[in-house]
Ligand binder design. Structure first.
Ligand SMILES: Cc1cc2nc3c(=O)[nH]c(=O)nc-3n(C[C@H](O)[C@H](O)[C@H](O)COP(=O)(O)O)c2cc1C
Length: 291
């Protein structure tokens, strides 16, 4: 719920102009809310008001004053920061301090989300005992999915049955997952890389219109935060698919009924030091208009 403090509002109209839902208007002694139900509590009105007149039912203390002299990262420093991040697949055994994990979650919490729905929920799984159980269940699931994929490609070879579109890019996965399964039997964790922690992001399907995108954005911010804390991370899509297909894993991870898991990443102190940045393909860009 948003309200405008009539005693503080000076009718300047800055909030009216910035409101993305167009639910503020001038005309009386102060700005007024025309449709509470449409407010997405994005807080733009409060963040620009010179008199701090708008207020919300909760969270007003989070609107800390922003210095106009504040320096942000230079573009080249920022690009360098982006380029130096790598997927870390070798971790020290050292556990991660809880404050660092909490700070990483904060970066997810402050991420943008469609309609400001803020539906992402975070589960942090730490310690090898529980992570080994996650690996066992996930690898079982991946191996059974590997069989399904193999059968689809076999039937295609033998009877020319069409390959469903979503399976085309999955051709190599059975051999990758079977390799991960063999390594696991030999004591090697090639799924979660013996990481000390795993973070997963899930959200209630009915509570967001842009769930996958929201979870993706939150996770990237979290991984950059982890980098600033001296940690490294690696996205694990294989675990996401395993959880999506396995009730046993959903129960084990205490994912609430109705929630869908979209993101998983390992996190820990990197064992490896990178000495060079990375190359990427040139960007495919289409410039339209006056650019
Ligand atoms: C959505 C997504 C899913 C990924 N899933 C996995 C995975 O299951 N296992 C893995 O080892 N790496 C995974 N990765 C890491 C990619 O292989 C990696 O980002 C890519 O090779 C580029 O390397 P870099 O991250 O070190 O720059 C994933 C990356 C993304 C963005």
């Amino acid at each position: 719920m948003i309200s405008i403090d009539k005693n503080l509002c000076n009718n300047c109209g800055i909030c009216v102009a910035i409101c993305p839902r167009r639910i503020l208007r001038l005309g009386g002694e102060s700005a007024a809310v025309t449709d509470q139900a449409l407010c997405m509590v994005c807080g733009h009105c409060k963040a620009v008001c010179p008199n701090d007149a708008p207020g919300f039912t909760m969270g007003n203390e989070d609107f800390e004053p922003l210095s106009q002299k504040e320096k942000i990262l230079s573009p080249s420093d920022f690009l360098h920061f982006i380029r130096r991040r790598r997927s870390i697949r070798q971790y020290k055994e050292e556990p991660i301090e809880k404050e660092k994990l909490a700070m990483t979650i904060q970066a997810g919490r402050y991420s943008p989300s469609g309609g400001n729905r803020q539906a992402c929920e975070f589960t942090v799984i730490s310690g090898r005992k529980i992570l080994d159980e996650v690996c066992t269940l996930a690898i079982q699931q991946l191996l059974s999915e590997a069989q399904v994929i193999r059968e689809i490609f076999d039937r295609h070879e033998r009877f020319k049955e069409p390959i469903p579109e979503e399976y085309i890019a999955r051709k190599v996965l059975p051999s990758v997952w079977e390799r991960i399964g063999r390594a696991w039997e030999g004591g090697q964790d090639q799924l979660l890389f013996h990481a000390p922690s795993l973070i997963v992001i899930h959200l209630n399907e009915g509570s967001a219109t842009t769930g996958v995108i929201d979870a993706g954005i939150a996770s990237m911010n979290m991984i950059y935060m982890a980098e600033t804390l001296g940690l490294g991370a690696c996205y694990i899509a294989f675990l996401v698919w395993a959880v999506q297909g396995s009730k046993a894993l959903q129960t084990f991870l205490k994912i609430p009924a109705g929630n869908r898991l979209h993101i998983a990443f390992t996190v820990g102190y990197p064992k490896v030091k990178y000495l060079r940045l990375v190359a990427r393909r040139p960007a495919k860009i289409t410039w339209l208009g006056d650019s």
